[in-house]
Design a protein around this ligand. Sequence first.
Ligand SMILES: *Cc1c(COP(=O)(O)O)cnc(C)c1O
Length: 363
Amino acid sequence: MTTSPSAAPGPQVRQVVRDLPAYVPGRPPAPRPGVTTYKLSSNENPHDPLPGVLEAAVEAAGRMNRYPDMGCTELYAALADRLEVPVTRLAAGTGSVAVLYHLLQAFCEPGDEVVYAWRSFEAYPIAVAVPGAVSVQVPLTADARHDLDAMAAAVTDRTKVVIVCSPNNPTGPSVRRAELEAFLDRVPPHVVVVLDEAYREFVRDQDPFDGVEVHRSRPNVVAMRTFAKAYGLAGFRVGYVVAAEPIAAAVRACALPFGVSSVAQAAAVASLAREPELFARVEALVAERARVAGTLREQGWDVPDAQGNFVWLPLGDRATDFAAAAERAGVMVRPFAGDGVRVSIGEPAGNDVLLEVAAAFRA
Ligand SMILES: *Cc1c(COP(=O)(O)O)cnc(C)c1O
């Protein structure tokens, strides 16, 4: 007996995968003869690689025929030393987004709930949906901060994970230590709380928290960090979590074998050895952030507290118009249609062009 090929059902993609929202990356500028262009759309570090870090990466590239160290031995040793934690509390991946995928896979059954603020990092809804978990998005406050009271109230028996993004991408404010501790007191111990500290090196707020310190006394708290922003390694993909041993082990168990490349491992280790130089660059970006946010506010913009390497312009319906105007001037920004525009802090000349666009847009 034969079945006609047209009647046989083809491969069936899972419903949650068919429904996944697309990640919208910040666009690079198109090359324009005679116009200097700036990419302020992905919160990247505008500085060129540090000498020393680049050399370490090049040296590792010379061994590209070999698999990387699957146990990230040197990287874990350097992080353990730097953060004063045992290596058993570390789990690395190809960017902190990958580590978040692994963690959600490890803790969420289909139908389980993951609570996070919204608007926040657009990778969250995708990462939550892949294992079939359900996003519970808690609106930000009017000043674009996490509403931690509402987030605590949103935790149910189905909640497996809560994500706190501080500073919040794309709006900017960070969560303070005292409010975080009060929030954590209200979260039941079976719920994993991920503190996404992707921009922690840029925070200059009063009473900031340190996720690694917080995790020491709270076994359900996970500090998630990345080399992509302050450390300038966005293109190499390396991030990690610091967590109690059972959590870290579960995250490592879900990780792809040999995920973090030898080049990424070498660059991350070399970066940890050069923090004074890297943090001097962070300091310059923080100063630029103050200049950009201050000038925008003088122009009349309602810029929320900016604690990352970016500022948020709450433009509502005019978000895409603003992005188009910036692009005409040579600056790529990240619009969120109907909501606002996120602008990364770049090199001063690029920030100047952005400020001119912003002034003209208000006029
Ligand atoms: C950029 C960013 C990250 C880092 O992602 P990587 O995968 O490490 O590049 C994580 N969280 C937030 C909120 C970010 O904006």
